[in-house]
Design a protein around this ligand. Structure first.
Ligand SMILES: Nc1nc2c(ncn2[C@@H]2O[C@H](COP(=O)(O)OP(=O)(O)OP(=O)(O)O)[C@@H](O)[C@H]2O)c(=O)[nH]1
Ligand SMILES: [Mg+2]
Length: 382
């Protein structure tokens, strides 16, 4: 969820308070990175940031001997980003290096990891960037430990894997994560995000994605009006609650989160798992350890689900048994999005033939706005 530009500016200003020029420049650069130039209504905010970054960098020049590399800025790769997060020494680095081959250091003392390290989970249909992150410590939101730049980094993920050390108090670790994130306006959610708001400069409120019931649309319009959001595109990806929309409107970042009970080779792992299931009944809770990788498939599936990704196939020919390329697409995607993702389609398609759940008849011809479902097989027609 994106904040309206004026709210976002206030949030950025509050983060800049008390920072020296180099830190302020790094924060603003991160935000510039996160605000695509294509967002309508954000140009003024971008211009202001660019100007201020320039000033901060000029003012900071000569005072810093460390150059301007921002260790907490990681280039995006793949179709989505997932951050592995948790308390010190819980096994985040061991997990991410075994699960996604991140070249990161594992060591038996707290705060080994001091900056994010990226790995890549290669799936048929797309790669998912997995970030190893420094530990969340009590008071991180107040600037202790790795501070707000860690929380900002976590907020850039499409989902999170909360790693819980089975040898320590499980619910205390989970609360630490949930509370520190909440204080940074990141709300831990049990499943994929069902609704997304993209503020726009004009055009009123429009709906895209999954068709929404009239009464739900009315509720959404009322809530948007109360929050004084007049122009926005509401993309419905799957069923969503009023609570979810309210959290988005309150400027919170919604973070689907999977719990992993790590070090399940240790005694106490079963108790840790059942405690978490009791405290977070709607979340996925998966036991793992990096030594036997037994539940890595389950973790993979939970991440795909938390990101709201659906597996579809792109057919080379106009037949169900034609050669197929798998693609992972976000729920609520249309044929048009699929064509954009596929990219190298010779001519821009005007229609598609579809086999699968989203159509009544096998091989049915559909338009670009047709919504695709899990398992659909699609052939474009130019
Ligand atoms: N028994 C067991 N030990 C593990 C497991 N995973 C990690 N460890 C051990 O836990 C210690 C910490 O592992 P790391 O992966 O460095 O932990 P971290 O969460 O990245 O720690 P920080 O970077 O300091 O926050 C190391 O001694 C690991 O060998 C596991 O599945 N089972
Ligand atoms: Mg680590």
């Amino acid at each position: 969820m994106h904040l309206p530009a004026n709210h976002l500016w206030r949030k950025i200003e509050s983060e800049l308070t008390g920072k020296d020029h180099a830190e302020a420049a790094a924060i603003m650069r991160r935000y510039l990175d996160e605000i695509p130039a294509s967002w309508r209504g954000y140009q003024a905010l971008r211009d202001r940031l660019v100007k201020r970054v320039g000033r901060s960098e000029a003012a900071g020049a000569g005072r810093s001997t460390r150059g301007s590399r921002d260790e907490f800025h990681v280039q995006r790769r793949g179709i989505a980003r997932v951050c592995f997060i948790g308390a010190a020494n819980c096994g985040k680095s061991a997990m991410v290096s075994a699960f996604a081959q991140a070249p990161t250091e594992v060591n038996d003392f707290p705060q080994t990891t001091r900056e994010p390290v990226a790995g890549l989970l290669r799936l048929p249909g797309g790669d998912i960037q997995c970030l190893d992150t420094p530990a969340i410590l009590p008071g991180t939101v107040d600037g202790d430990g790795f501070g707000r730049r860690l929380l900002h980094l976590i907020s850039t993920g499409g989902a999170a894997v909360a790693v819980i050390d089975a040898g320590e108090d499980a619910t205390a670790q989970a609360s630490l994560i949930v509370d520190e994130l909440a204080a940074f306006d990141v709300r831990v959610m049990p499943s994929a995000i069902g609704v997304e708001l993209t503020p726009q400069g004009r055009g009123g409120i429009s709906f895209a994605g999954d068709p929404i019931a009239k009464s739900d649309a009315a509720t959404a319009r009322r809530m948007l009006a109360e929050a004084e959001v007049l122009h926005a595109r509401v993309t419905v990806r799957s069923a969503f609650s009023e609570e979810e929309l309210a959290a988005s409107l309150a400027g919170q970042t919604l973070m689907p989160t999977v719990f992993v009970v790590n070090k399940d080779d240790l005694p106490g792992a079963e108790r840790a798992e059942s405690e978490l299931r009791d405290a977070y009944p709607d979340h996925a809770v998966i036991s793992t350890n990096f030594l036997d990788e037994a539940n890595f498939d389950a973790l993979q599936a939970a991440i795909v689900s938390a990101l709201g990704l659906r597996a579809v196939s792109l057919l080379e020919g106009p037949a169900d048994d034609a050669r197929a390329t798998p693609l992972l697409m976000r729920a609520g995607s249309a044929v048009r999005d699929l064509a954009e993702r596929a990219g190298d389609v010779d001519e821009s398609p005007v229609a598609a033939l579809v086999w699968g759940e989203s159509v009544k008849h096998p091989g049915q011809e559909v338009g670009l706005s047709h919504l695709i479902a899990e398992g659909d097989r699609v052939h474009f027609r130019a």
